[in-house]
Design a protein around this ligand. Sequence first.
Ligand SMILES: [Zn+2]
Length: 61
Amino acid sequence: MGRKCIMCDGEPEFLIKGTNDLYCKGCAEESFADLSYLEKISEQKSSIEDVDELIEQKLSE
Ligand SMILES: [Zn+2]
């Protein structure tokens, strides 16, 4: 199961700090005037996917 924007199912670029809510750039800019509430994830995307894989592996053990 991939991660996607909670508004439009698009490619997520931002994570709301302290939550699991993901937004693409367009929805983030529409929903939040102040993008400092958001953490940019695009550069870290591969590592986030690695974390997901690790969690899935642990669950299936
Ligand atoms: Zn979106």
